[in-house]
Write a protein that binds this ligand. Structure first.
Ligand code: SF4
Length: 233
């Protein structure tokens, strides 16, 4: 089976536990205003690889994964290539490799894929439908999350914070309320907006709505993370 690959990082430290072999898949139906990988949007950009080609490469790095590491499939939106990722994760599980899926959870139940997924990095785009639509141009239904919950999949939540847009306490309290209803959440990460993608948008000739936005202040992220962790009175 062939997968449409954007790029590969062989020793990622940011996308899941431990050292990770990260595969960025091509294609995404969302248009997040802060997206720093617009080059992954177009599904027609083709760099095709088979599961067995990828596995040969992944196995070369297996010794570096240690106890915690493994592979992460990110994007783009990996659920667009669900059948391919399922085959890849099946092979990883046969080889005792930890599997992690980095997704927005956009569209579909993906039960078969989740059977072979050890951890989902769930990118929560908005705190309600209107917020999601503003951020991504679409509304994300709960089908994928419901399947995670039914299969008891472990989840790390991620949420991007942008200065002047959602770096306020009211937003974080609503996010907290939303997360409270999700089980098996092992970790919550607030990701600071950064402006590094400006040049990519220029090169691709795509209008970048946030071109004048400054990087998110990291001290403010810490304050908001503390607020998220505060126990309810
Ligand atoms: S889901 Fe990810 S790849 Fe797709 S537009 Fe949003 S940030 Fe970009």
């Amino acid at each position: 089976m062939l997968g449409n690959i954007n790029s590969i990082e062989t020793a990622g430290l940011l996308d899941g536990p431990g050292v990770r072999y990260v595969i960025f898949l091509q294609g995404c139906p969302l248009r997040c205003i802060y997206c720093h990988n617009p080059e992954t949007w177009n599904i027609k950009e083709n760099k095709l690889m088979t599961v067995s080609e990828l596995m040969t490469n992944i196995l070369k790095y297996k010794d570096y994964f240690g106890e915690k590491g493994g592979i992460t499939v990110s994007g783009g939106e990996p659920l667009l290539q669900s059948a391919f990722v399922t085959e890849l994760f099946k092979e990883c599980k046969k080889n005792n490799i930890h599997t992690c899926l980095d997704t927005s959870g956009y569209q579909g139940k993906h039960e078969e894929l989740l059977k072979y997924t050890d951890l989902v990095l769930l990118d929560i785009k908005g705190i309600n439908d209107a917020d999601e639509k503003y951020i991504t141009s679409k509304v994300i239904n709960n089908d994928f999350l419901d399947t995670c919950q039914r299969l008891n999949t472990k989840i790390w939540i991620r949420h991007v914070i942008m200065p002047g847009i959602n770096d306020n306490e009211a937003h974080i309290l609503k996010l907290k309320e939303k997360i409270k209803n999700i089980k098996n959440v092992e970790k919550i990460e607030l990701l600071p907006y950064h402006s590094l993608a400006n040049d990519k948008y220029k090169k691709l000739n795509i209008d970048y709505k946030l071109k004048d936005m400054k990087d998110m202040n990291l001290n403010r992220i810490k304050e908001l993370e503390d607020l998220l962790k505060t126990k309810d009175a």
